[in-house]
Design a protein around this ligand. Sequence first.
Ligand SMILES: Nc1ncnc2c1ncn2[C@@H]1O[C@H](COP(=O)(O)OP(=O)(O)OP(=O)(O)O)[C@@H](O)[C@H]1O
Ligand SMILES: [Mg+2]
Length: 494
Amino acid sequence: MRRALLSRLCAAALAVAACASLCSGLICICHLCERTNFTCETEGACWASVMLTNGRQEVVKSCLSVGELKAEVFCHGSRSITRKCCYTDFCNNNTIHLPAGQGSPSKPKLTPVELTVIIIIPVCVLSVVVLLTLYTCQGHHCRFRKKKKLNIEEPLSECSLVNPGKTLKDLIFDMTTSGSGSGLPLLVQRTIARTIVLQEIVGKGRFGEVWRGKWCGEDVAVKIFSSRDERSWFREAEIYQTIMLRHENILGFIAADNKDNGTWTQLWLVSEYYEQGSLFDYLNSNTVTVDGMIKLTFSIASGLAHLHMEIVGTQGKPAIAHRDLKSKNILVKRNETCAIADLGLAVKHNSVLNTIDIPQNPRVGTKRYMAPEILDDAMNINIFESFKRADIYALGLVYWEISRRCSVGGIVEEYQLPYHDVVPSDPSIEDMKKVVCEQKLRPNIPNQWQSCEALRVMGRIMRECWYANGAARLTALRIKKTISQLCVQKDSKA
Ligand SMILES: Nc1ncnc2c1ncn2[C@@H]1O[C@H](COP(=O)(O)OP(=O)(O)OP(=O)(O)O)[C@@H](O)[C@H]1O
Ligand SMILES: [Mg+2]
């Protein structure tokens, strides 16, 4: 009722205004009236509108006729259009604005379907992402758990596969005697190497680190070479796998493996582990009895005699010279006998062709233990015997180190390296040459050794190992026999 009344009042007011304008004639701004100088005359009202068309504000100003004015619609704006009617001359000349919030392009209203799509698609994508993430994480977790499980179980399963109730020694013995006589098949070597769990580092040498590792509950030694020293790794593995090389006084080789960890190659040499370490370590912390000395020296002579010896036949072995014999390269077993290790510099003799298997650089090895003919470059490298004779010189020095630690009547000397009193700690070839070749000095043989038969014999052996003329030196086999005589004498006395 009230709205009807209001609209009737409005209409009346408009009619009055229209009548007034009729009488006076209203002049307005008109954008489209080019010919009448952009003005128009009307009996109705001046009109201005602004609306968004294709994202742009479009302003229209003109006159409204009385009829248009009656339609009312022209004078009412909406949410997106501003329309204004006015009734004085040029009253539509002012600036008009879009309704609030319409200054920027209006966003089209979304239909319910569009809205649903807009909501559902991101939700679906998000769910898929979440599910994928969960799945991947779980996969990793499982793999990790599986890996962890494998790490724990792997050695065991490998043990039951490769080693049903046997020690590594049995396994190697079986495979060596039934196979080529040179050790385990490569695949078995790799399997063993890859199931070893490293425990602790036990030493460092020129070519890398030595670790104690565990394989199926057994201790093994793992010498890890850096990829830079690949040739040394290869050579040492090759020498250890010489047919019929195995001997109780030569380090028991188990496996060689090259592992690529993605960044670099780790080269492993796996061997028997001797918890007493090297003879150098052993003598530093232990003295020995006469029996102990005989055992140690005899076992080294046995190992070296085997290394030097050529065994003829299809299952034979070539003669091998060590070229780096020293107390650090001899290991002490639990039963206080020795095993010769570090065959990386060794050379093999081909007796048929009378050749040596690798090109020779005679000055390899450890300077302190170099024979005089190596130091003064007088060694005939075309004769394989020369290399064996140089080993014998070094063996004499090792015997000197052992004998000094032999306790007789409570007298024993402290551990020392040969020539400790005449050369610096890391002697040069020149230092050694001066002492060994020019001054012809040799380690001192104490007088008190004369009072003990075993030590007296050992002293004699040493002198005969140290002759400047290599050909005059004893052979490893001769030394072995002489020391074995000591054992017999001792046994017959007992
Ligand atoms: N099979 C093994 N069992 C127990 N300990 C070992 C074994 N092999 C080596 N070691 C220890 O590791 C140390 C390092 O050995 P490595 O042969 O690498 O160097 P080195 O003999 O001291 O010096 P060099 O590089 O001149 O040969 C040895 O001195 C010894 O104490
Ligand atoms: Mg060594």
